[in-house]
Design a binder for this molecule. Structure first.
Ligand code: MG
Length: 368
């Protein structure tokens, strides 16, 4: 792998919180990726909602397949920009580890429950998972990941929480950028979910071609595919369109990022951190992206079938939160190792880690 001078390098990593002897088989970022894959939070992503709850059907994305798709898109972009593929892979696989059951609805519900107790932010929760909640090692809590992976996981953070995070929180206070690898995963996350949500929306029957063709970008690709191939089945048409859309968007991001690299001319990771954001969509592509987001909000995320799930998620998580406030002794002791944490934070850690199924079954067993 030939790395650009502005790429992150494992040899120059800012290191881990607890010093560990280096491995002679794997670099720092590969080791981090492996730790993430072997964590129990990673396995649980399989049973957490992306948009459709797990039991709605086996063909929809879960948080796990979403994370794998983000890793694939990230690696492609990293390779084009000569950035570090292992680092983007590790960040991508870990980026949603802190996600609650029931997707964004679950996160909003838990944030509501935690309003008086410091709130709930899913990016910060992903960091809590890798820093504290995973219990795999004898010498420390968490996975003891490198600074660069932790920096990439913490995509957003409120200023209040950033102040408590030391060096890792500084960029939110100083408004500086993370590594290019972190910027790549951030945009790959958007590219992946925008497309796979359209795909899942179509498979679910909520979206159809007539509706999707109201998106100019989609219609353009639809016409191309029909002109080139004539009769194809719906699944082939859809896959061909989505593939072409993603391809064009990824190319756009690479071109635009190269332009920014030429403009800012970063020669080190520190230059990248100090310059404006580099990994971006072009202006014209950004307007397509905004249209897709708006389209999905109106036609998919706010569709009654999805919003029913959203309402149920709110009821379930709020019920669990209240129940554990009264029955705190039912929270496993492994969550209660840090005496400085409030009872509510421990409850929120426990609920956030649940799969959809576990949360639903637990809530059903609670007598009203
Ligand atoms: Mg994501």
């Amino acid at each position: 792998m030939i790395l650009a001078p502005y790429a992150s390098s494992p040899e120059k990593s800012k290191g881990r919180v607890y010093d560990e002897a280096p491995s002679n088989l794997r670099n720092v970022f590969q080791r981090d990726r492996d730790r993430i894959i072997h964590s129990s939070s990673f396995r649980r992503l399989q049973y957490k909602t992306q948009v459709f709850v797990n039991h709605e059907g086996d063909m929809f994305r879960s948080r796990l397949t979403h994370s794998l798709e983000v890793a694939q898109v990230s690696r492609g972009i990293a390779r084009s920009l000569n950035c570090h593929e292992d680092l983007v892979e590790a960040i991508a696989l870990a980026h949603d580890l802190g996600h609650t059951p029931f997707g964004h609805a679950g996160q909003d519900a838990l944030n509501d429950c935690m309003r008086e107790f410091g709130g709930f932010e899913h990016n910060l929760q992903s960091l809590r998972v890798v820093d504290k909640l995973e219990k795999k090692y004898a010498l420390f809590d968490g996975l003891n990941l490198s600074y660069e992976v932790r920096e990439g996981i913490l995509k957003h953070c409120s200023l209040k929480n950033a102040r408590k995070l030391g060096e890792l929180g500084q960029r939110f206070l100083n408004k500086t950028q993370p590594t290019l690898e972190a910027q790549i995963v951030n945009i790959a996350d958007e590219i992946a979910y925008l497309h796979h949500d359209l795909d899942d929306g179509f498979r679910s029957g909520i979206l159809d071609f007539d509706l999707l063709k109201s998106l100019h970008f989609f219609k353009d690709k639809y016409d191309q595919v029909i002109n080139e191939h004539g009769s194809l089945n719906h699944e082939q048409i859809l896959n061909e369109i989505i593939r072409r859309m993603m391809n064009m968007i990824i190319r756009d991001v690479c071109n635009e990022s190269f332009k920014k690299i030429e403009t800012y001319n970063p020669t080190t990771v520190e230059d990248v951190r100090a310059s404006s954001s580099i990994v971006n969509f072009s202006e014209s592509m950004l307007s397509h992206i905004k249209q897709i987001k708006q389209f999905s909000r109106v036609n998919l995320y706010n569709h009654p079938r999805i919003s029913n799930m959203t309402d149920r998620a709110h009821i379930t998580l709020k019920k669990l939160f209240k129940y554990f406030q009264i029955n705190y002794d039912l929270i496993p002791n492994s969550f209660k190792t840090d005496v400085k944490e409030t009872k509510e934070r421990i409850i929120s850690d426990y609920i956030a880690g649940m799969t959809d199924r576990f949360a639903e079954q637990f809530s059903e067993n609670i007598k009203n």
